[in-house]
Design a protein. Structure first.
Length: 163
């Protein structure tokens, strides 16, 4: 019989099932995100997606709500690829994938997000489990906004950690 695993002495930060986060690479200082551990991949609302090339790299240009407003702003990001991702109804759909910096409270790291039409959804951003995996974060499903507002000044000088 194997001995039980020792408990880790690492500290974990508890966040709520919804949090205000920032995506500074996209000019978004604050967006309300649903933390969805049932979703593998994160998803950002994106309209009018257009692929283009810049310096022999494939990029995507899209419109997304900025700072919780329904007014859309144009954003550009280098394209990582495409993936089949199940939508909320469980139906696979092909989505473009980009990488961006996430600000969660005073923490900052890179995440991958799929671009999706989320017009009919309450949240413009879903943070899936791969975005928070390995970040010593626990999700309290009964609480909201525990991390506090995204704090860019606390992240300045810190390089965004690579997952």
């Amino acid at each position: 019989m194997k001995p039980p695993k020792k408990l880790s002495k690492r500290t974990f930060e508890t966040i709520g099932w919804r949090e205000n986060v920032g995506l500074p690479d996209f000019g978004i200082s604050r967006v309300k995100a649903k933390i969805d551990t049932g979703a593998r991949t994160s998803a950002l609302h994106a309209e009018e997606q257009q692929r283009f090339f810049r310096d022999d790299q494939e990029w995507v240009r899209f419109l997304t709500p900025v700072n919780g407003k329904r007014k859309l702003s144009q954003v550009e990001a280098q394209l990582l690829g495409e993936r089949e991702i199940k939508n909320t109804g469980g139906i696979p759909e092909r989505r473009l994938i980009v990488r961006t910096t996430l600000l969660l409270g005073r923490h900052c790291w890179h995440i991958e997000v799929s671009l999706a039409d989320r017009k009919k959804m309450e949240f413009d951003l879903i943070l899936g489990r791969t975005a928070i995996r390995g970040r010593h974060v626990l999700v309290d499903p009964g609480s909201s906004f525990l991390a506090g507002p995204p704090r860019m000044r606390d992240a300045i000088g810190k390089s965004a950690e690579t997952p």
